[in-house]
Structures are given as C-alpha cells and as structure tokens.
Design a protein around this ligand. Sequence first.
Ligand code: C2E
Ligand code: MG
Ligand code: MG
Ligand code: MG
Length: 283
Amino acid sequence: HSKTLGGNCFHYFDDEMNTYGHEYLSLITDLRKAIKEEQFFLVYQPKIDLHTNKITGAEALIRWNHPEKGVIFPDFFIDKAEKSGLICDIGEWVLHEACKVCKEWVSAGAVDFSMAVNISSKQFAKGNLDEVIKSALEYNDLRGKNLELEMTESLLIDNSEELKNTFKYIRKLGVDFSVDDFGTGYSNLGYLKEFDITTLKVDRSFIYDIANKPKNQALVKAIIQMAKGLELITVAEGIEDLATANMLIDFECDSAQGYFWSKPLSKREFVKFIEEFNSSKLV
Ligand code: C2E
Ligand code: MG
Ligand code: MG
Ligand code: MG
C-alpha cells in the first residue's frame, strides 16, 4: 500500500518488500541507524472525556524523520521493525520519551494526565518489559497511574504464565492496559477474564461512517454495553465529525479520539491545543 502524505514525504511500496529482498534489508539498515541517531519523534493525539468534555490524556504515536526520505509513518515501518526484532529498542525509546514528556506535563499541573503508549507483542515476548517499564517510570520520576499501555488482542491470547506474571507486575506499578483496535483481532473473548484490563478501544473501522451504517451502530452499542458489564472503560477511535461524536455520547461511550478534535500534534502544538481547549493553563 502507499499512503498519500503530500509535501516532501516519501512513498514506499510494501509489495516490493519481501523479507530478504533488497528493499527490506536497506530499510532495516536505515532503522538501525535511526535508533542510534535518534531520528524518531513522537506526536500526541488528545483523548477527550465524553462525560466532562475535557482532555484527560494523549496517545503517543511514533514518526520517523528519515534524513533523505522525510517523515515516515508507523504503518510503514512498525511491522518490519517487529519482524527484525528492532521494535524492542524502538519501543524502549518511545517509552522513555513519552514518560519524559508526560512528567513535564504532570509537573506543570496536569497531575492526572494519562499518556498512552503502543506496545508490540514482541516487547512482551522478550521477557524484560516489566523492567523496562519500571525503569522508564523511575528514571522520569513518574507514577504508574500516569501511564497506559495499548496492545492488540492477539497479544492476550497467549496464556503463558510468564506473560500473565509480566502483566500483573506492570499492573501493580499502577499502569493501565487498554486493548487497541478492539473487535478486529480475535473472537474468543475469554482473555477479558484472564487479564486485568482497564480499557477497550473500539476500532476505527466500526466508527467510520457509523451514522450511515446501522450494523456498525449495533456492534458499537453492544461493545459499550459489554464493557460496562465488565467494568471496563470504553474509548472510541477515529471520530471525524460532530454527528459521530454525538452518537457515541448517546451510546454512553466514556472517551474518544479523532480528527474531529485533533490530529496527532507535536509537543508544542499539543500544549497550545490543550490550553485553548480546557481553557486552563498546562505549561
Ligand atoms: P493505533 O494505535 O490504532 O493508532 C491510531 C491511528 O489512527 C494513528 O495513526 C492516528 O493518527 C490515526 N487516527 C487518529 N484519529 C483518526 C481519525 O479521526 N481518522 C483517521 N482516519 N485516522 C485517525 P498512526 O499514527 O499512523 O499510527 C498507526 C499505527 O501504528 C497505530 O495504530 C499503532 O498500531 C502503530 N504505532 C504508532 N506508534 C507506535 C509505537 O510507538 N509503537 C508501536 N509498537 N506501534 C506504534
Ligand atoms: Mg493505539
Ligand atoms: Mg487503535
Ligand atoms: Mg491500529
């Protein structure tokens, strides 16, 4: 696939990129260099509490500022970073950067700010995620309750004791877990009983054009009702217009993210946005 980015953004084509082909290998070489030279940066998308209409947190999303190719989006390189194992180093950088920025905002007065970070199953599989999280929190003097980890359902179908123990350890640090892209991954919902999850993020594909899609409305309503029964928080992602926002409020969804409020923003833009939105000073 290709993504239309405009400007000086570079377009890669996935179908030319078989595992050991030249394109893949040169991308991996570039990624290694990117880690060493810290060519990554984070953008932050506000999360809105639909009960209070306040921004309560943000999702940190990675971007790669490639020296020749310009800004590259995660949909292009995360899967290759996972395949090659480089995602663990990248993910560690993301965690530290997100915790550092979150600490700044917490110190500036947003004491309950929640920073959400996407975690790959490979990071769990490596076996040291508990230590990585603990040190990111300690190094930045941040409380666990200010951090939330987003992961996909596929990760939670692993029933191993090791995964469960890592999960429990991180929960004990006060860190919340949310299931990203809920509804697209796996149909056996048993894992919802096995893991002490906090939040379900309803996938964008169910939200898109929901006003014209009665079946999506039924699905989203059902997910929200199920989540209530399980005492889970619901977040709807990909809200692009007022009609959709109102529909989610009507369904009693707890919070939301989407272009309707804001695209992911740079740190500076985010601070400005939140000041205007909450009309209370953050930094
Ligand atoms: P995700 O975690 O489901 O993130 C949401 C994606 O939807 C983001 O794309 C965001 O920019 C986009 N989005 C938000 N609101 C809207 C909307 O209203 N309409 C539309 N059309 N899109 C919206 P992005 O930043 O390109 O990230 C894509 C995926 O890359 C993420 O999906 C996540 O799975 C992965 N990713 C991003 N950052 C990281 C990271 O630091 N680590 C890992 N492991 N994965 C990451
Ligand atoms: Mg996410
Ligand atoms: Mg998602
Ligand atoms: Mg996704």
